[in-house]
Write a protein that binds this ligand. Structure first.
Ligand code: FMN
Length: 167
């Protein structure tokens, strides 16, 4: 079954991550939310949402444009995984917040979530993207500003994990 990956990107990092994810997962299509309607979600059972956090805990601008329409989608019967981009040293109080905010909306509309990722190896003060026990992010955390050297391996490992969890 094919996977749809929706991303928004301002300076290109999340777009680059989306392309790397495409190299590691079979049968996956990429959609930039700036020019693809979110209703495409209705054609897929397996979805990845990739979202950077901007401006002290805010949602990236293209995601902001489609933010309200997320609430109109029905995610029941669908499996969703998240990728968040952020800067853990520069914005330690808001690290990956937008990923957590999007997660909460999608969960409220009935999605099953996969792709939790351990918080070990990151340094930050607060994040809205944590599981209740705070041991995991609710999706993959990528920090191309401070830990660019770790991104490739994190993406590869996470893709292996979600390819099993999506089945
Ligand atoms: C002005 C500014 C504000 C930012 N605010 C946050 C933030 O609140 N939380 C966070 O985790 N990252 C924050 N970041 C880091 C971005 O999320 C990070 O650079 C990301 O890789 C950008 O992704 P993009 O190139 O796909 O837009 C901020 C970056 C800038 C330049």
């Amino acid at each position: 079954m094919s996977i749809a990956l929706f991303y928004g990107t301002t300076t290109g990092n999340t777009g680059d991550v989306a392309e790397k994810v495409q190299q590691h997962l079979d049968d996956i299509e990429l959609f930039d939310v700036a020019d693809s309607p979110l209703e495409i979600v209705n054609n897929y059972q397996q979805i990845i949402f990739a979202i950077p956090t901007w401006d002290y805990g805010e949602v990236q601008e293209d995601w902001q444009e489609v933010w309200d329409s997320v609430d109109e989608l029905d995610f029941s019967g669908k499996t969703v995984a998240f990728i968040g981009l952020g800067d853990q040293y520069g914005y330690a109080e808001w690290f990956l917040d937008a990923m957590g905010m999007l997660h909460d909306k999608v969960v409220a509309k009935g999605a099953t979530i996969v792709g939790h990722w351990p918080v070990g190896g990151y340094e930050f003060d607060e994040s809205k993207a944590l599981t209740p026990d705070k041991k995991f992010f609710i999706g993959l955390g990528i920090d191309d500003d401070c830990q660019n050297e770790l991104s490739e391996e994190r993406i590869e490992q996470w893709c292996q994990q979600v390819s099993l969890e999506f089945e």
